[in-house]
Ligand binder design. Sequence first.
Ligand code: NAP
Ligand code: G4F
Length: 321
Amino acid sequence: MDILITGINGQDGSYLAELLLGLGHNVHGILRRNSQSENQTSRIEHIRHKLQLYYGDLTDFASLITALKKAEPQLVFNLAAQSHVKISFEQPVYTMQATGVGFLNLAEAVRIVNPGIKIFQASSSEMFGNSIDADGFQRETTAFAPVSPYGIAKLMAHQTAINYRDSYGMFVTCGIFFNHESPRRGTNFLTNKVCKTAVEIAAGKADQLVLGNLHSHRDWGYSKDYVKAMLALMELDKPTDAICATGLTHSVGDVVDHVFGRLKLSREKHLRTDKKFERPTEIMSLCGDSSKLRKLTGWKPEVTFEEMLDEMIAHWQKELK
Ligand code: NAP
Ligand code: G4F
């Protein structure tokens, strides 16, 4: 198949491209122009020669039409977004344009070019805000109540996906993804910030890890596991919405304790908090029930929270050498 990925140079986009190439598909991707051209392909340099890439942006409707016409895909995975929650408070308008209206641009471009193209939308557990079922889980039936511009933008995209499914009979599937990480995670997200800084401290190249809220809980999975779920969802006969999560939750402090424990660092000496890393509003606990996804596709997470953090630590130790 010809498959188009928006956000192909992101964490998930790069792993999904590897997975699809391995299965023999023709993989196309949309790249954003950067004044340092190496940054445009920083996560896909190793597979770049196998990809067909087009400059584009979710906020640029014409570029989406052009990419769809050139790639002639059967599937489109929309993984592009301004995906950082804290930054969405600093750039709320851009986040709405890229993450919310950007998906509308893509859905409309697909409807115009070829409504038979199947779309995957990367929805987010941020859409739940602090909604939580009595047993401590979020599931497909839990009410959405986002508390960040990013969460609101993702909810706009999510509802648009459902509307295109209902109004036009288009195949638009949403994976409601909980946090997932890897060595390719941006280093301004919690897990990779902790791993990278802790390795630097252990090597004597930094002294302190400075974080915001240590008490929020997240359901942290592994990116390579989650891109398999995206593909499994797109292989179903009918479009749907399904949660992808591990079903286990850990606090920010737990992440620090695991990483500091591995590197024999003391919290007292090397950990500090600063309000500048806190958000105006915070989600206190995310823990996803992914029974629907598991039942429909047989998917289950393969890498544990601890194994994933160990892989991220090893990555930074190698980089530092
Ligand atoms: P990521 O590493 O931040 O990657 C996002 C990608 O989107 C990057 O390649 C970025 O381009 C591109 N992008 C940003 N704005 C764009 C725009 N206006 N037009 C076109 N491309 C744009 O995110 P990720 O972790 O791979 O996540 C993939 C998707 O899943 C995102 O939609 C995210 O919101 C969603 N999601 C992620 C998680 C998670 O925990 N990772 C959980 C739930 C949902 P550059 O490479 O040029 O920066
Ligand atoms: O790693 P984070 O920035 O991820 P967050 O905000 O949960 O969002 C991620 O997951 C969402 C799915 O739920 C995605 F949709 C979204 O695109 C993104 O991938 O922060 C995790 C937790 C938060 O509670 C945050 O307040 O860590 C806390 N935290 C504490 N100190 C910090 C820091 N987060 C960051 N990024 N940096 C800190 O210094």
